[in-house]
Design a protein around this ligand. Structure first.
Ligand SMILES: *Cc1c(COP(=O)(O)O)cnc(C)c1O
Length: 477
């Protein structure tokens, strides 16, 4: 009933491969963003599931045309908004293979090979971040899930204290706040501390907040530090925070979701100094390690904390104790059934080798440094910040107040968004509206970056002359 003849399977797989390869060849010449409004897409897609099937090829082509076309192309070489990624082809194939082999990486009995490979990949990450032998972890859907695992481990290690407090900066990702909420830290005990003008947490403010909390009968539980803030790539003073956490016996969690894999380069390793002292680290291979979504990972200094927090015996799984000295990964996290995420990391690194991955990360760092230099030199652009692959800048022709500058830059953003083959996003730095480039794509060249900056300058002139009008700004409607 639900089977296909081998010939049909082969033909469809070839068709899909052609579709993907043609897409990647065409991509640089296309717009970086496509999307449509809710009503238009509802008109095209809302329907009851059909009682009888349709030709598979038609279904695939319809998905490609009506659904998948309406996305930001995060792998476009001029897609610099938010945190983009550009997966390697072996990584994409690995997801296909893992589905085809129908792997459930839940327990050793069910998936010993995949479980061992996941421990190999986690071992690589562990060593890259300088964590000791007893450290461990597992692959997750992404950085948000990984952060949650880190905070659950923190709570477990502290003996599930009441009135627990989490400390983080006003630059921390919402994923850290959410993880703290989910582990049961009351909103009024999530201390969001102000940062200095470079976006870094002030260790003195952390110490002072902890003292005040202890005096009020609360228990400092965890410091969530940043190794690459989402806004501007800032790295909190990790060595000083590690000292405080050691002295106060507080868990140090580091959010290295996007910035972490920069550690594979000398510049990144210098920027992330002290990260090896973390109790847990969340990283996203689906960002700067060029993997398809979803690929996150949590690393913990003491592998046992995850198992102590998550493992629960159940009769229906009693056979899964088969074998010895192995981890049942489902006992270390929130998922029982788990896709085989480690395969994509392993296959792409086996295929290209670490030298190529390091060079690809260096490429991002180089281009960001060059973009910063270029923006600093341009008369109409003002460089605001540059760190770990993220460059914040704004159009500033001079003589405008903050309000007028924000208005102008918003217009420029909309102009690029609607009219050009590039995508960037905006954020706030020290209260100023800025444009933001996140340059991680291994296919991005200096021409892509320079043309995008030229586009911004040109847009600023056109916006100035009032020659450009479009009905909506991004995000509206
Ligand atoms: C992307 C990101 C997250 C969230 O990770 P997801 O994989 O999207 O769940 C958290 N922190 C930082 C710094 C990020 O860049």
């Amino acid at each position: 009933m639900l089977q296909m003849a081998p010939e049909t399977m082969r033909e469809l797989a070839h068709h899909v491969a052609d579709l993907l390869i043609e897409r990647s060849v065409r991509l640089p010449g296309e717009r970086a963003w496509e999307g449509d409004f809710k009503d238009a897409l509802a008109d095209r897609l809302d329907e009851d599931p059909p009682e009888a099937g349709r030709p598979a090829r038609e279904v695939i082509d319809r998905a490609a045309r009506d659904v998948l076309s309406n996305t930001l192309r995060l792998d476009h070489p001029r897609s610099f908004g938010f945190v983009p990624t550009c997966p390697t082809w072996p990584g994409v194939l690995a997801d296909f293979i893992a589905s085809g082999f129908n792997v459930n990486a839940a327990t050793w009995l069910v998936a010993s090979g995949p479980s061992q490979l996941e421990s190999v990949v986690i071992g690589w990450f562990r060593r890259w971040f300088g964590l000791p032998d007893g450290a461990g972890g597992l692959m997750t859907s992404g950085g948000s899930a990984a952060a949650l695992h880190g905070l659950v481990a923190a709570r477990e290690a502290a003996g599930n204290p009441e009135r627990a407090v989490a400390y983080m900066s006003d630059q921390s990702h919402s994923a850290q706040v959410r993880a703290a909420r989910i582990v049961g830290i009351a909103p009024d005990r999530i201390r969001v501390l102000p940062t200095d003008t470079s976006g870094r947490l002030d260790p003195g403010a952390v110490t002072a907040a902890m003292a005040a909390d202890r005096a009020a009968g609360c228990t400092p539980l965890v410091v969530c530090a940043n190794a690459g803030t989402p806004t501007r790539g800032a790295v909190d003073p990790l060595p000083a925070l590690a000292d405080i956490c050691a002295a106060e016996r507080v868990w140090l969690h580091v959010d290295a979701a996007y910035g972490g894999f920069a550690i594979l380069t000398p510049r990144g390793a210098a920027a992330l100094e002290g990260i090896d002292r973390a109790d847990s680290i969340n990283v996203d291979p689906h960002k700067w390690l060029f993997q398809p979504y979803e690929a996150g990972a949590i690393l913990v200094r003491d592998a046992g904390t995850l198992e102590r927090a998550f493992a629960i015996q159940h009769d229906v799984l009693q056979d899964s104790v088969w074998g010895a000295r192995h981890a049942n990964l489902a006992d270390q996290g929130i998922q029982l059934s788990r896709s085989f995420r480690a395969l994509k990391v392993w296959m792409s690194i086996q295929t290209f080798g670490m030298a190529a991955f390091r060079a690809a990360i260096e490429n991002g760092l180089d281009l960001a440094a060059r973009a910063a230099e270029h923006a600093g030199r341009c008369r109409t652009l003002e460089l605001v910040s540059a760190s770990l692959g993220i460059v914040c800048f704004r159009v500033n022709p001079g003589g405008l107040n903050e309000y007028a500058l924000a208005r102008l830059n918003r217009k420029v953003l909309a102009h690029v968004f609607w009219g050009e083959q590039a995508f960037l996003s905006s954020t706030m730095v020290n209260g100023r509206f800025v444009l933001r480039l996140c340059i991680l794509n291994h296919n991005t060249t200096w021409d892509d970056v320079r043309e995008t900056l030229d586009t911004v300058e040109r847009s600023a002139r056109e916006v100035d002359e009032g020659g450009w009008r479009k009905p909506q700004e991004p995000g509206a409607g």
